[in-house]
Design a protein around this ligand. Structure first.
Ligand SMILES: *Cc1c(COP(=O)(O)O)cnc(C)c1O
Length: 466
């Protein structure tokens, strides 16, 4: 039988995978026709596949491996905790040191009065928790009808029923009868794609005011909360204009609506601060975290809750009939604590803020000189480029031309993992990327863009330079 140390040859792994493994977010027929790419090991910023090809991981896994691969300290933290107490739950008035210490540490790090933590196994689960918690909050205050949650088109909040409903991905809603009841969506602050002739500042205000219009349509006495990512990640690294967040917060306060900020990607240094809420001056009532909390080494998520919400729940909420077997899993909490310790000890966030993110910004923005790139945008260590046939017109390729996928495949061939979101190419590298690795990443991106341009030009898909 196969062992993991000495794995089967690639083609046999692919055949077993095709026969038995259903993948997330993959077209099974298309994938199995060529065989899944098999990743077998990783170190630092690099992955190796089963054929020995080396890849620079420009995505930190799925936006999560913030300290890179091969961090023995994180492995040891898990092993120590698993020897001492591999599992116990936090239900029914029980706790354990890793969950206690991690909640206290998160309360120190999180902005404002976010001092209380409800643990989940993932970002999706944490957002499901948020849906129930904000509705329970208002019901505890005698307003059970204040339960609608407003979210955004093209937002991403996870894949469980409630989280996918909060998300505004139409392809996800089409499968399985989503969204669930009492969740509605407003337009996103995506200037390059939807801003038309507005200035970014005007557009940011207009898209924030869509929240007010929606609250007035539904009735503020029926709206529990608004949820958004500070910067949309999976939607294509969409960075809102500066006018957006102040207006959103004014509206939430004016109408007594809770604000849930989903920092699953943006937390733990991704934007050059502990949280993007600091970058945009956001004061959330609840913050969702996951991914970078353990650098992805073990699964965990959490809702970090303000004094205001937590106090109502403890004074009037009674028993919260909600919890996951793995809420506060001891090994995941231990890895999270060690990960947070390393981020601090190695000055990861300061280095990102003062050195590597500014360096990446300069290099990344040089991509906008490429004929195929309409905009190169960046916030800390998350960045995107818009592929366009016509920069001046901010035009799009037709949906069936699959330009993003073509570019992504060239990246793979060239040894770079860069993700495509439609025709937007995104990166989110490990936070400890060095300046020479930034050069390597941007160099490979340029090369892959050239190869993509070549194919498009030959296919007559570019607006001619003449
Ligand atoms: C990935 C993601 C989630 C979902 O987290 P999972 O751990 O995959 O369930 C939620 N919100 C945002 C912003 C994400 O990027």
């Amino acid at each position: 039988m196969a062992t993991l140390d000495n794995h089967l040859p690639t083609n046999e792994l692919q055949a077993l995978d095709a026969a038995h493994h259903i993948h997330p977010f993959s077209d099974r027929a298309a994938m199995n026709a060529k065989g899944a790419r098999v990743i077998t090991r990783a170190d630092g910023l690099y992955l190796w596949d089963s054929e020995g090809e080396k890849l620079l991981d420009g995505m930190a896994g799925l936006w999560c491996v913030n300290l890179g691969y091969g961090r023995q300290e994180l492995v040891d933290a898990a092993a120590r905790q698993m020897s001492q107490l591999p599992y116990y739950n936090t239900f029914f008035q029980t706790t354990h040191p890793p969950a206690v210490m991690l909640s206290a540490r998160l309360a120190e790090l999180a902005p404002g009065t976010l001092n209380h933590v409800f643990f989940a196994g993932s970002g999706s689960e944490a957002n499901d928790t948020n849906v129930r918690m904000v509705r329970h909050y208002w019901a505890s205050l005698g307003q059970p009808d204040k339960k609608t949650i407003i979210a955004r088109k093209n937002g991403y909040h996870g894949s469980t029923l409630a989280a996918a409903s909060l998300g505004g991905m139409s392809a996800m809603h089409e499968q399985g009868g989503l969204p669930i009841l009492d969740i509605t969506h407003i337009d996103q602050p995506y200037w390059w794609g939807e801003g038309g002739d507005n200035s970014p500042a005007e557009f940011g205000l207009a898209r924030a005011r869509a929240l007010e219009t929606e609250i007035e349509r539904i009735g503020a006495d029926k709206v529990a909360a608004f949820i958004a990512e500070p910067v949309q990640g999976a939607g294509g690294v969409i960075i809102p204009p500066e006018t957006y967040w102040p207006e959103i917060q004014r509206i939430c306060r004016a109408h007594d609506i809770l604000l849930i900020v989903d920092e699953v990607i943006t937390g733990f240094g991704r934007t050059g601060n502990w949280f993007a809420s600091e970058v945009f001056n956001i004061t959330p009532d609840i913050m969702t975290i996951a991914k970078g909390l353990t650098s992805g080494y073990l699964p965990i998520g959490a809702s970090v809750v303000s004094d205001k919400v937590a106090n109502v729940l403890s004074e009037k909420g009674g028993d919260f009939h909600h919890g996951y077997t793995y809420s506060g899993h001891p090994a995941a909490c231990a890895v999270a604590l060690e990960n947070l310790r390393l981020i601090e000890e190695e000055h990861v966030i300061e280095t990102v803020a003062t050195k590597t993110a500014p360096y990446l910004k300069e290099k990344w923005q040089s991509l906008s000189d490429h004929p195929l790139v309409g905009e190169a945008r960046i916030c800390g260590m998350m960045a995107a480029i818009e592929l366009t046939p016509d920069k001046a017109a901010r035009a799009r390729f037709s949906d069936d031309s699959n330009v993003g996928i073509t570019c992504r495949n060239f990246c793979f061939d060239n040894g770079l993992i860069m993700r495509s979101v439609g025709d937007v190419m995104v990166i989110s590298p490990p936070l400890n990327i060095s300046t020479s690795q930034i050069n390597e990443l941007v160099g490979l991106a340029f090369k892959s863009l050239d190869m993509t341009l070549d194919v498009l030009t030959k296919g007559g898909l570019m607006k001619s330079a003449a």
